[in-house]
Design a protein around this ligand. Sequence first.
Ligand code: MN
Length: 412
Amino acid sequence: MSSMLDHTHDAAARSWVASANDPATDFPLQNLPFCSFRRSGSQEPWRIGVGIGDQILDLAGWGFADMNALMARPGHERRALRHRLFDTLKAGAPELALLPQAQAEYAVPCRIGDYTDFYTGIHHARAVGRLFRPDNPLLPNYQWVPIGYHGRSSSIVVSGTPLRRPRGQVKPPDADAPVFQPSARIDCELELGLFVGPGNALGEPFGIDEADEHAFGLTLLNDWSARDIQPWEYQPLGPFLAKNFGTTISPWIVTMEALAPFRIPFTRPEGDPQPLPYLDSPAHRAGAAFDIGLEVWLKTPACAEAVRLSRSNLRHAYWSLAQMLTHHASNGCNLQPGDLLGTGTLSGPAPDEAGSLLELTLGGKQPITLPNGEQRSFLLDGDQLGLRASAEKPGFRRIGFGPCDGVILPAA
Ligand code: MN
């Protein structure tokens, strides 16, 4: 995978945008994430932007009708664009007008035709399975087939959009009949979302070694979940209204090219089934996993500062991004530019690496105590939940994903 590295990953490269050279920035010259933006409070059309330090470079006039058109371009054009952006923003290049991120507002970065949520976090699958099936936490298909369900794209919102607490059918275990009421168990799910680049035609699957061509980039994704609605409705067809009342994503898409330095080998634990041949190859094993650090933060109305609830990493995923893509299209299903594939909750192996409150509080039985003495099992009205992600490696610049925040409003 070292062939994917080039001068745009050089840690010594600097930008003429001073804030991009700050070691703490999410957006150094080596990142170059895309967003859809306009001036705050304006009615301007949404435009493609590139994050650099605390500024945005406007790509109007660069030849892309919209983000979906950019996403549809082949991989070699994506890499050529990255090189052009790097040359435009590197130290010594002529300075251009930029918009400070503080003066911008963001949209969901592209038209998301279809949204699929996978379940690649095996530690999450085991922990949640243990809550519901103590004797049989992991279902037998899990280690053979990437599990997923078709979600809903209309309720995907960009970071900063408040979400109303949903009402739904809830059936207490000892009750004879369900009641329709505001959910009392609103939870987060720490996920990454993979945006599809070039798609595939209906009936034309692709091989695992072609999957990278179809991967555009990653965003943070919070799959808000109503844990009291979910158990009553999910059998036999899977998640429904417990999931589709809102899904928050970060405004920024970090490209697969920017993430190249953070690839790591894809491995399976000793004794686990190896992936079937259509989900396996030497190149895949060499570098299809990623080392991307993930965090969950909570800020309640009464706490002065946000509190970190959990840390995890994409490296704990049981199935790779390439396997998600390849499996999704393996029956001939056509993926399209801008489709979004969620990874599923990316919990780590340790209890404090859980990516949901469901796991952190053992199904609500062990509330979290915050530094100010407040307790939480699930989210209360006014709580703000934030996800963060960044990738670091010696010899390379740290790159980050920007914020993925949402606040819960009272039920309507
Ligand atoms: Mn999910």
